[in-house]
Write a protein that binds this ligand. Structure first.
Ligand SMILES: Cc1cc2nc3c(=O)[nH]c(=O)nc-3n(C[C@H](O)[C@H](O)[C@H](O)COP(=O)(O)O)c2cc1C
Ligand code: SF4
Length: 554
């Protein structure tokens, strides 16, 4: 395709910037100066702004690094599996390190452009996300209830297991009743912040401006989280159905799925599912024969953890630099193109059809004790059976780790876990006796959030684990607010060693001061949550921290 064909292909579409950049990137193997100049002219984005945006995304290549340069995951779990040796082994191909691409239940992944290679036993291949393991006690599931059915990813397979019945019901019920049902079901956002979905949709429905949008957050950049990927790979119609119901309920007629760059297979699966849904009249001008219209566009991210933060994602989708926005105003009134928008996570949207089919009371009853519903938890690291487990909210962490996921490998015990991927800090010792619900986890000083749990056995050096996590935060801080930009860097340097106070008392006072400032003044959750890793490291492993600090030259 010529430059002008690429641009005219995209220019009339909503949210064209990333589409154009990806088209040039795919065609040329990197983003050339000519391509950037052509894009700048076509979209009237100042050249300097566009360079700033392009260089922000890890997977948009320029210069010597190309689209096909191998990227090797060096996330906490892959490091346990020797990814740094693999990186070294690929050095003659110019391999570079990459943050966690959401495959912690598989051997170390290497990404080359659209190819994801899983390198195991000398063999190299890509594969769909492993299906979720069935829990050993036969506990009833909600979102995973039908995901293992044959060919569930096709329209026919989906319909055979109750697919699109929730949408039919939503059309009969009408928007107010849908919102009431979700509120009664206590559905809270599964992307990390836990905001009640019924309230979010009510706010978008009540907002005056048009057109409204539904934006699905499929960026899943949190290390140790891979639950959205299994839904995208195996149950794309559940997500589509949830989005159409969200549109019908809020009055939105356009939907966007912002998919992380590192999930090329999911993009193919989603595109095929969207085409099937269009052909079957589930999407289009008359959804299931009604007067209601809804369309879905898929946008591909460029590789930036902060792009998963809801307002950063909106800026990215709009073709702006992906800084998080200051709030208020909130996306429900001022979201995509400054118009009312519901930003929801993949799991949140995909669970909605099941709730409408089976009812709010059924969903509430799935939880344990006073807790409602279920949550998919990604478990990885030093554990016999890694994978995505749909747990009743309120399940004891130890039950999940020891009885469902098989416990630590032979001869080892669990030393610590991370919570909320890495954003929730560590839990260790007696605090592993916690139940998996947000209030209980918070009581221990951690966060459940998006529910990624990485396990570290007693052979692991926890200071080193914390160091690699802090390195991730310092690399991924978008830099908009300096307490986060500088604080994450300083914390990483303190864990790296060789800099900062060599007296433990002063070291701790400095960390406390930085953590306080970051929490109080950071504009988004990254800077607010990042200190938890270093604070919880010191809480559970004070001796190891003291020894580490003593090595610092005075
Ligand atoms: C640094 C950061 C990264 C985030 N990454 C994601 C993500 O990858 N996926 C996601 O759904 N939510 C992510 N979130 C949460 C979103 O901002 C937002 O709360 C969520 O998408 C709303 O959907 P929900 O209400 O359905 O959970 C992130 C938040 C922060 C602060
Ligand atoms: S807290 Fe950090 S990641 Fe968030 S906006 Fe500020 S600098 Fe960016």
């Amino acid at each position: 395709m010529t430059d002008s064909e690429i641009i005219s292909d995209w220019a009339g579409q909503p949210a064209p910037l990333l589409g154009i950049l990806h088209a040039f990137h795919d065609r040329d193997g990197a983003l050339t100066d000519d391509a950037i100049r052509a894009t700048s002219l076509a979209l009237r984005i100042p050249l300097s702004d566009l360079y700033g945006t392009v260089t922000f995304y890890h997977h948009l290549s320029r210069g010597e690094v190309t689209r096909d340069t191998p990227r090797v995951c060096v996330g906490p779990v892959c490091r346990q599996r020797g990814s740094e040796r693999l990186l070294e082994g690929l050095s003659d191909e110019g391999a570079i390190p990459m943050a966690c691409p959401g495959r912690c239940d598989d051997p170390v992944p290497v990404i080359r452009g659209d190819r994801v290679e899983i390198v195991a036993d000398g063999a190299s291949h890509d594969r769909a996300s492993p299906l979720p393991p069935v829990n050993p006690v036969g506990r009833e599931e909600c979102i995973f209830a039908d995901i293992r059915a044959p060919r569930r990813f096709t329209l026919d397979g989906y319909k055979k297991t109750g697919g699109y019945e929730g949408l039919k019901k939503a059309i009969e019920m009408g928007p107010e009743a849908v919102i009431h049902e979700l509120t009664e079901a206590s559905l809270a956002g599964r992307g990390g912040a836990g905001f009640p979905t019924g309230r979010k949709w009510q706010a978008v429905k009540g907002a005056a401006e048009e057109p409204k949008s539904i934006v699905c957050n499929a960026d899943e950049g949190e290390p140790g989280c891979f639950q959205d990927r299994v839904i995208l790979d195996h149950d794309p119609h559940a997500l589509i159905e949830g989005m159409v119901i969200a549109g019908l309920t809020t009055g939105a007629r356009r939907g966007f799925i912002y998919l992380r760059y590192e999930y090329p297979r999911a993009r193919d699966v989603l595109s095929a599912a969207i085409r099937q849904a269009e052909d079957a009249g589930v999407l289009g001008d008359h959804v299931l024969g009604s007067d209601y219209a809804f369309k879905i566009h898929v946008g591909r991210g460029g590789g930036a953890y902060i792009g998963g933060e809801g307002t950063s994602l909106l800026n990215s989708l709009e073709g702006k630099h992906p800084y998080p926005r200051n709030r208020p105003p909130y996306p429900v009134t001022n979201g995509f193109e400054d118009l009312p928008t519901a930003v929801n996570n993949v799991e949140t949207l995909a669970v909605v059809p099941q709730i409408l089919r089976r009812g709010a009371a059924w969903h509430v009853g799935l939880g344990l004790g006073d807790n409602a519903g279920t949550k998919v938890v990604s478990v990885s690291g030093d554990i016999r059976h890694p994978g995505n487990y749909e747990i009743p909210v309120g399940l004891p962490l130890r039950t999940l780790l020891d009885e469902w996921a098989g416990g630590a490998p032979d001869g080892h015990s669990i030393q610590a876990v991370t919570m909320a991927g890495v954003s929730g800090g560590f839990l260790s010792g007696e605090d592993l006796d916690v139940t998996l619900d947000e209030p209980s986890v918070r009581e221990k000083g951690a966060l459940l959030g998006a529910a990624g749990i990485m396990v570290f056995d007693d052979s692991r050096d926890m200071v080193d684990v914390a160091r690699s996590v802090m390195h991730f935060f310092s690399e991924e801080s978008c830099g908009k607010c300096f307490p986060c930009r500088i604080g994450t860097r300083r914390m990483y340097e303190r864990l790296e060693g060789g800099q900062g106070p060599s007296e433990i008392k002063e070291w701790r006072a400095e960390i406390e001061d930085m953590a306080f400032t970051m929490r109080a003044t950071s504009a988004c959750g990254l800077g607010q949550a990042a200190p938890l890793i270093i604070e919880s490291l010191d809480r559970y492993f004070p001796d190891a921290v003291e020894q580490h600090v003593m090595k610092t030259p005075s």
